[in-house]
Design a protein around this ligand. Structure first.
Ligand SMILES: [Zn+2]
Ligand SMILES: [Zn+2]
Length: 806
């Protein structure tokens, strides 16, 4: 403070210097009011402003206000200008500036620069920042024997550390976090109070003297060892092939040596997770390059402070056990993001560790020490615990570089609860909304004004544990953003648990509900991400979504506006013999699609093709002939399943989209420009609002012929992808002819398929379309609630506008 006052009074001395014309000096002095919007609270923004003001010798103050940060600065013109430039160019790493508004103010004549308490500027609605990976400064301290935090597993600063996951309620201040029970030692307190220290107001600030501690438990009732010894013992157990549950930032991980096949298989057995790939944490970028072939974009994505799991091409002979990601050419890898993880990797013996969410199959991740011991007792051989409570469950995020740019597959730790902008058109804002998302991979969203706040990935809402997690998170986010929804948005499917819950919840509170069709929500989400408010051609390609006609959609060409849509074309309906069972057993889908394509599914040739018995074929044929337990679907995901069953012999799947992922995987080295199998466009009467149908009969004939002549599986898979992309691109051309619309939005879970996303974009661009893909919101069901918010907000705005017009 003293330094600041001195500098400022220095400038004032100039003012009274009578050797220069007084007028000129008065003109050179300015006061400006600055309002900064974006992610600027709890990320070291105020101390950053404070330092800038000191360095530029300016007077004034900085404080948090309702939506951001308010600054007033006063001083010589050039200094004020320099300050405003540096405000944008030297922003601290975790901050994100969305807008800066500057206004002129009368000179105040104050001296010195202050950080004012929040209350001074009125009611504060401080959001909670997302969790951030250990920063380079802290990492240096962690490994510096001379530092007082040498090897301390919980060090952090203003630029890094847990945030969202340790916060109970707003405002984001230490007493509201799970750090409340650790009073700071004098040394930590001094750092916390000093605006020039990089731990100024770092809420989780801690050290060996005052902070949380670690220990390891090998049986449920005894504490084996703590501190350094616990870390050492963990390493020892991992090297012996044991399964260790390690408490992290958003939950427990289950860890084994990623190069030890027996250990990996033991973990799979105990976790009852047989096929689904396991994430691998690698020591650093160099180790990442040794296990995967990485592009510059992938390296950048791995290194972001959110530290997502990144899906990348596995390097041949990289030493990672086969069982980590069986049957696919990719690995999900990520870098350490917590000091405790860095400590494990500081040991030269450790380069790669499986780090998978600690749960049983699709249950929510375990966060509590007692909960972990109970739920994971049969899985882990030991538990590396700590006493900093995790208050919000949050899985690791998953991302991939799709068609040259990063795309989020699962938006959780490191991203939540950051808002995603909701462009609804000029001067339009969302009223307070809750959108509950879908059924699988549930994520809900709260919206207000121009932002949607998505929850962390909550998993499948098929059981009460899932629903409990949903309620917990909803309570927390409603408190965090102080949003009281006026409208509840849900999927059109009457049977979804999320729909039923939404209706009951709305009824209890007397709120309006809006149902949004699944694929409309997908396309609207992509539109909103790119600020498209007009009409677009939406390709919504996914596994399952309830259609307006009660059938199961998923291969859709929509003419979409934010508030409404028409169905222009769709994959021709085929039966799903056995209903839900056909999703878990792709051989059933193969029978269904071949039956629809006019094959005799009881013939020897087809039975061999599909890997079905004569009896199975008879049962299925009866279901389909009589339309019993054989609902109709236009899903592209199911077509992928059917093709995978025939080409790869994939009779059953262990996890969602497995068949499609394997089909994409086997084609990974094939060129893009292989001739695609033909899809036939059957004309519907568009004037009578009858959609066109995209029929796969010729595709099946060509595919079966390719199998007969011994074409490689890789080539067949590539030709299939090319055919699908061709077929939908041609349908888009027809849609343009009918409507004149030239913008295409790509959405739905199939857009995680990198080959398909790339081929579609290339083919559509070759036809002269402008193509939009999801980036910060998942194209799959994890992004559904964001699209639901966009649709509902547009509907509500439209009815409001029409009311105003009347
Ligand atoms: Zn740090
Ligand atoms: Zn301390």
């Amino acid at each position: 403070m003293g330094r600041c006052v001195m500098l400022v009074s220095g400038e004032r001395l100039l003012l009274t210097d009578r050797t220069q014309p007084k007028q000129e000096l008065r003109e050179a002095l300015l006061r400006r009011g600055v309002v900064v919007r974006g992610v600027v609270q709890g990320v070291g923004f105020r101390p950053f402003v404070y330092r800038l003001a000191l360095e530029e010798g300016l007077a004034g103050f900085v404080g948090n206000d309702t939506d951001g940060v308010t600054i007033e600065i006063e001083g010589p013109e050039e200094r004020v200008k320099a300050f405003l430039v540096r405000l944008r160019t030297e922003t601290p790493p975790l901050a994100r500036i969305d807008a800066v508004a500057v206004r002129e103010l009368a000179l105040d004549g104050d001296s010195g620069f202050r950080i004012v308490a929040s209350e001074v500027l009125g009611r504060v609605s401080t959001g909670i920042p997302a969790d951030a990976a250990t920063c380079p400064d802290c990492l240096r301290e962690l490994l510096d024997p001379k530092d007082r935090r040498y090897r301390y597993p919980f060090l952090n600063c203003t630029n890094c550390g847990p945030r969202f996951t340790i916060t109970r309620r707003i405002p984001y201040d230490r007493p509201q976090t799970s750090m409340a029970k650790f009073p700071m030692c004098p040394e930590c307190q001094r750092e916390y109070d000093d605006p020039l220290n990089r731990r100024f107001h770092a809420q989780p600030n801690a050290c060996w003297v005052c902070g949380p501690r670690v220990w390891i438990m090998q049986t449920a009732d005894s504490e084996s060892s703590s501190g350094e010894e616990a870390v050492e013992q963990t390493l020892q157990l991992l090297m012996e092939g044991k399964v260790v549950a390690i408490k992290g930032i958003g939950g427990f991980h289950l860890s084994v040596d990623a190069t030890n096949q027996a250990a990996v298989m033991r973990l799979r057995e105990r976790k009852r997770r047989y096929g689904k790939p396991l994430a691998v944490m690698v020591r650093d970028l160099e180790a990442a390059r040794q296990v995967c072939v990485l592009t510059a974009e992938e390296e950048a994505l791995l290194s972001t402070v959110a530290r997502p799991i990144v899906l990348a091409r596995r390097r041949e002979g990289c030493g990672i056990a086969e069982g980590v990601a069986p049957g696919i050419p990719w690995l999900g890898i990520f870098l350490p993001y917590a000091p405790l993880q860095h400590l494990l990797f500081a040991d030269p013996r450790v380069r790669t560790l499986v780090m998978t969410s600690a749960n049983l199959s699709e249950e929510p991740i375990a966060i509590d020490n007692e909960e972990a011991l109970t739920r994971l007792g049969g899985i882990a051989d030991a538990f590396l615990m700590h006493d900093r409570e995790i208050l919000q469950r949050c899985d690791d995020s998953v991302a991939a570089v799709v068609d040259g740019a990063p795309q989020l597959v699962r938006r959780a730790r490191g991203f939540v609860p950051m808002g995603v902008e909701l462009p609804l058109g000029p001067n339009l804002e969302a009223p307070p909304l809750l959108a509950v998302g879908g059924h699988l991979k549930n994520v809900f969203a709260l919206a207000r004004r121009r932002f949607a706040y998505q929850s962390q990935h909550l998993g499948d809402l098929e059981n009460l544990t899932g629903l409990e997690f949903f309620r917990e998170s909803l309570d927390h986010l409603m408190r965090t953003f102080e949003i009281e929804p006026e409208t509840v948005v849900h999927d059109l499917h009457p049977g979804y648990l999320s729909t039923q819950w939404a209706r009951e919840w709305a009824k209890e509170r007397g709120l309006k509900t809006i149902a949004v069709q699944h694929h409309h929500a997908h396309v609207a989400g992509c539109m909103a991400e790119h600020g498209l408010t007009g009409e677009v051609i939406g390709l919504a390609l996914d596994g399952t979504g309830y259609g307006s006609d009660g059938k199961i959609w998923g291969g859709e060409v929509l003419i979409a506006r934010m508030e409404s849509f028409e169905r222009f074309a769709h994959l021709d309906y085929v039966p799903m013999p056995g209903g839900e069972a056909a999703i878990k057993e792709p051989w059933r889908m193969a029978q269904g699609t071949l039956w629809a394509a006019g094959f005799d599914i009881s013939s020897n040739e087809t039975l061999i093709l599909v890997g079905a018995t004569e009896k199975e074929a008879r049962v299925l044929a009866r279901m389909m002939d009589r339309c019993v337990n054989a609902p109709l679907t236009s899903s592209l995901g199911r077509l992928f399943d059917a093709v995978a069953a025939v080409v790869l012999g994939r009779r059953m799947v262990d996890y969602e989209a497995q068949a499609a992922i394997e089909l994409e995987g086997i084609a990974v080295d094939e060129p893009d420009d292989v001739p695609g199998y033909a899809l036939e466009l059957l004309v519907g009467n568009w004037d009578a609002h009858e959609p066109r149908r995209i029929n796969a009969t010729p595709l099946w004939r060509e595919l079966v012929e390719d199998l007969r002549i011994g074409t490689s599986k890789a080539r067949i898979a590539a030709r299939f992808h090319a055919g699908v992309a061709d077929g939908f691109a041609r349908a888009a051309v027809l849609a343009r002819t009918a409507t004149g619309v030239n913008q295409v939005a790509l959405s739905g879970g199939c857009m995680h398929n990198r080959r398909l996303a790339r081929l579609l974009r290339v083919k559509l661009e070759a036809e002269g379309f402008e193509v939009f893909q999801h980036r910060s919101v998942s194209p799959g069901d994890g992004g559904l609630s964001y699209g639901q918010v966009a649709v509902a907000a547009a509907m509500l705005n439209q009815s409001k506008l029409s009311r105003e017009a009347n």
